[in-house]
Design a protein around this ligand. Sequence first.
Ligand SMILES: N=CN[C@@H](CCC(=O)O)C(=O)O
Ligand SMILES: [Zn+2]
Length: 429
Amino acid sequence: MAKLTYIKQASQLLCMDGGRGPRKGREMSRLGVIADGSVIIEDGVIAFCGSDTLAELFMGSISKEALEKVEVIDARGMVAAPGLIDSHTHAVYAGSRENELEMRLHGAKYLDILKQGGGILSTARQTRAAAEEALVTEAKSRLDRYLLHGVTTVEVKSGYGLTVEDELKQLRAIRSLDRNHHVDVISTFMGAHAIPPEYAGRPDDYVKLVIEEMLPTVASLGLAEFCDVFCEQGVFDISQTARIQEAATALGLKLKLHADEIAEGFGGAELAAALRSVSADHLLKVSHTGIEALASSGTIAVLLPGTALFLMETPAPARALIEAGVPVALATDCNPGTSPTCSLPFVMNAACLTMRMTPAEVLTACTINAAYAVGRASSIGSLEAGKKGDVVLFKADNYKQLQYYYGMNLVDTVIKNGEVVVKGGMLVG
Ligand SMILES: N=CN[C@@H](CCC(=O)O)C(=O)O
Ligand SMILES: [Zn+2]
């Protein structure tokens, strides 16, 4: 007998309808709002999404036996949206770096801290020293926080191991989280996150290790779906990045790129576009030609306004990107150095207040466009029959309130694959 979950009469149901590729320009404002909307989930998969009048008819067509198994969720006074998707994180790591916040408040620069062996290298030391189980345990509590903030799918990168064994350890931890937590976890290999100290002064040797040992091992074990590189002045240059990404493509991995975060005119966006990367991320310093290249390649700009805020930098030019026709997604960048948060709703607030994205654009950026950014648009990111039964209910009269009440968590209920996992703002079970 099928298990039915009937989410009934949300004050606004945001369907987001998928199809046709990531949303650009004005399409980013199309939410498919239905007043008094309902969703019916059958065995974890959406069977119906639409007005409650039609939902009642749908229920009328179901046999009496099946109806005894229905769980009804009263969504009156709530906004229902697809489970949120965090499309860029480094959520598996050990330790914390609050000391660096203090250093930066006194004027130290992020890349200078890295050059002196801090930053990513400090987290790499702590992650190398941690047992795989400890990494999983710490990250599990981060995934719990994600659920409490309405997030049902998270992309996670490696890149704090920086040896073959330690990168594999991080990737195995990511896989274990996907298998053992309600949140779906998508894995990205990012061995090229920093040059480890044992390769100081000979970055090309490290690039060789990434290309000749790390990538083939990761691909043969099926431990990652994407490959990402920190393409930045003093980290991996354009030619090193291109070599790594070409090798990853040849092994069947899809691409993401940390592009144009810190140095002006570095050309990361242009490279991401040329390599047909699924996404180019950060883009604080993207140039006009970079924006044009992204628009013509269809590469998704994954913007991280929480990171810009935490680094006290001017955020990415979201308006220029949207106006040029680049599809935009938003993500937390959850990591111990530049964005220690699991609150995607806070990042959504920051996108409005610091980059002037509208509430509708922000919702598109964390649902259907984020689904495209993680290669999952056929199964998540919108409320449509056949997609996963991942739904979040916010305590709000309308979707604009989600960005109006900033810094507050309005998530009331989270349904993952048709199962209630957060109720009244608390984890279930
Ligand atoms: N910029 C590079 N990587 C991360 C930061 C990682 C860290 O500082 O630990 C980012 O996306 O912000
Ligand atoms: Zn990142």
